[in-house]
Design a protein around this ligand. Sequence first.
Ligand code: SF4
Length: 211
Amino acid sequence: MQRTTISRPLQEHVRSLLACRRCPKMKSAPISGGPVVSEVLLVGQAPGVHEPEAGRPFAWTAGKTLFQWFDEACGFGEEHFRSHIYMAAVCRCFPGKHPKGSGDRVPDDEEIANCAPWLSAEIALLRPKLVIPVGKLAIQQFFGKVGLSEIIGRRIPHVYEGVSFDIIALPHPSGASAWRWVEPGKTLLRQALALLSRDPSLKKIAAKFRE
Ligand code: SF4
C-alpha cells in the first residue's frame, strides 16, 4: 500500500483500537497517539496513571525525558514528535498500580497477547523503516527475553511478520529504571541517541521541523 493511501485505514484502525475492551483487569480505556502516518514507529510499554486523563501516551515525567532525548539527538521537540511519529505500545491501557505499591503493574502475558494484534496491524499498515522499542517489555516483543545491554546502542535489521525494518532500542525513560544511570547503560544510551541522530527517516522528520 502506498504511504499516501494509508491514512484512511489507519484512522479506522485507531477507532477500533480505542473501542477495544479485551482485558478486564485494565484500569483505563486504550490510549493512542493518533493515526500518524509515519515511517517511524515508537513502541512503549503501557500508559501510566496520568496518560488516561491527558488522553495521549508519554504525557508525564517519562515523556519529558523521552522527548528531551529526541530533542537532543534529532533537533525536534514533543509536538513535532507527536505529529510525525506513530506511537504504539505493548499494551494500550493503564494496567493499574503494582499490588505491592511500587510503580505500575506490569501487564501479564495474556494482556500482552491480547494487545499484540494491534501492533501487528500497525506494522503491516505503516511498513515502518525504523522501529524504536522503549524499555524492556517493548524490546522483548521483538527479541524475546534479552538483556538491555545486548540490544541498546545498536542498529539491528529485523523482520516482523514479513515486514523488514531497522530497530534502534531505548531504555525506559522513567526514573524507575536504574539501567541508564550506570555503565554500560550510560554509554549505550549515548550510542543509541547517536544512531537516532543519523537515521535517515528521523533526519527527514527533523528537516520538516526546520521548514
Ligand atoms: S490492553 Fe490492548 S487488548 Fe487489552 S483492552 Fe487495552 S487495547 Fe485492548
